[in-house]
Design a protein around this ligand. Structure first.
Ligand code: COD
Ligand code: ZN
Ligand code: ZN
Length: 375
């Protein structure tokens, strides 16, 4: 019996209050309105930003259904939807691509003006929600809310992908992988034969390394305070790994000495002000490019000597790897299907969706890179 046009009752993980575990609840998911798409979830990764939201370090309205790194199958579509149809495999996009705003029309930039990340409202673009639980409206998260058996997203927040793609793997294209990989290949535009330093070897930092390797960098230096991260970094393409705690000198000086005055490209994938400065200073003062990927947990600011830039360094940053999401995600999936890179090393744990809180425990323990929830 078709569910199109009807309210669907299903299970979702609801965050009622910050600093509390998620609670698996029965929720009602309303049918998609015009320009909207209802998706049956198949797999969702757990990302650090979901955890920042639980901890209260990222603020979006409560109660909320978190999750923003996922893949699923279109269940039904609202009127005027043209880019997906029921049965299509899709990836929800926390950073949408409306195609009409000033940023979407810019040839290079990707932070669409419709993104709920700008000033989180916890609704779909029309200002309302499609979820209710125990008679209360439940907010959306970054226009995606993937910790639910069904979700509704705007058409600008969903990309159709190859029908043969393994959803329990390509779900990582919804956030972590694309963020890291794009920072290397799209934002920094790492060049063949270059030297790179990657600060932070979590799932996103490892995805930067994959990008540097695909771009054929000659040296990829992983920097992390946890030496247990080095094995996987090397497996993915790091040529060397260093721990700042093993040196008396500041780590940017160590890197400058190792690389004839500084690396060509550096990446901050930790989310700390100190590592942002170290990453900036470790790239060559005249020809280095440094990319900020991490966000400090609370809005802190940084002071730096402008001479660091006057000499010619480029300091930049990006969300979602600088990719225009709706255009880029299908191509990233195609590249994965063509075996340009593997996602297996990033997926350390797979859990049934109901065990979502165990997934967060794994994240806190530092033992997992990515946990994928299956529905
Ligand atoms: N020096 C070097 N490495 C360090 C240091 C240090 N001082 N401190 C910690 N580390 C290492 C840790 O040992 C760890 O290996 C790594 O840094 C961080 O890894 P994870 O697993 O905690 O994090 P990731 O890879 O999942 O994500 C890192 C981000 C920085 C990208 C993330 O925390 C973040 O800030 N995300 C927001 C950016 C964004 O694009 N948001 C939009 C949607 S998510
Ligand atoms: Zn994320
Ligand atoms: Zn836009």
């Amino acid at each position: 019996m078709s569910t199109a046009g009807k309210v669907i009752k299903c299970k979702a993980a609801v965050l009622w209050e910050i600093k509390k575990p998620l609670s698996i609840e029965e929720v009602e998911v309303a049918p998609p309105k015009a320009h909207e798409v209802r998706i049956k979830m198949v797999a969702s990764g757990i990302c650090r930003t979901d955890d920042h939201m639980i901890a209260g370090a990222f603020v979006s309205p409560l109660p909320v259904i978190l999750g923003h790194e996922a893949a699923g199958i279109v269940e039904s579509i609202g009127e005027e939807v043209t880019t997906v149809k029921p049965g299509d495999k899709v990836i929800p996009l926390f950073n949408p691509q409306c195609g009409k705003c000033r940023v979407c029309k810019h040839p290079e930039r990707n932070f669409c003006l419709k993104s709920d990340l700008r000033k989180p409202q916890g609704t779909l673009p029309d200002g309302t929600t499609r979820f209710t639980c125990k008679g209360k409206p439940i907010h959306h998260f970054l226009g995606t809310s993937t910790f639910s058996q069904y979700t509704v997203v705007d058409e600008i927040s969903v990309a159709k992908i190859n029908a043969a793609a393994p959803l329990e793997k390509v779900c990582l294209m919804g956030c972590g992988f694309s963020t890291g990989y794009g920072s290397a290949v799209k934002v920094a535009k790492v060049t063949k034969g270059s030297s790179c330093a990657v600060f932070g070897l979590g799932g996103v930092g490892l995805s930067v390394i994959i990008g540097c390797k695909v771009a054929r960098a000659a040296r990829i230096i992983g920097v992390d305070t946890n030496k247990h991260k080095f094995g996987k970094a090397k497996e993915l393409g790091a040529t060397e790994c260093i721990n700042p705690q093993d040196y008396k000198k500041p780590i940017h000086e160590v890197l400058q000495e190792m690389t004839d005055g500084g690396v060509d490209f550096s990446f901050e994938v930790v989310g700390l002000l100190d590592t942002m400065l170290s990453a900036l200073l470790c790239c060559h003062d005249a020809c280095g490019v440094s990319v900020i990927i991490g966000v400090p947990p609370d809005s802190q600011s940084l002071s730096m000597d402008p001479m660091a830039l006057l000499t010619g360094r480029i300091w930049t940053g990006a969300l979602f790897g600088g990719f225009k999401s709706k255009d880029a995600v299908p191509q990233l999936v195609a590249d994965f299907m063509a075996k340009k890179f593997s996602l297996d090393p990033l997926i350390t744990n797979v859990l049934p969706f109901e065990k979502v809180n165990e997934g967060f425990d794994l994240l806190h323990s530092g033992k997992s890179i990515r946990t994928v929830l299956t529905f």
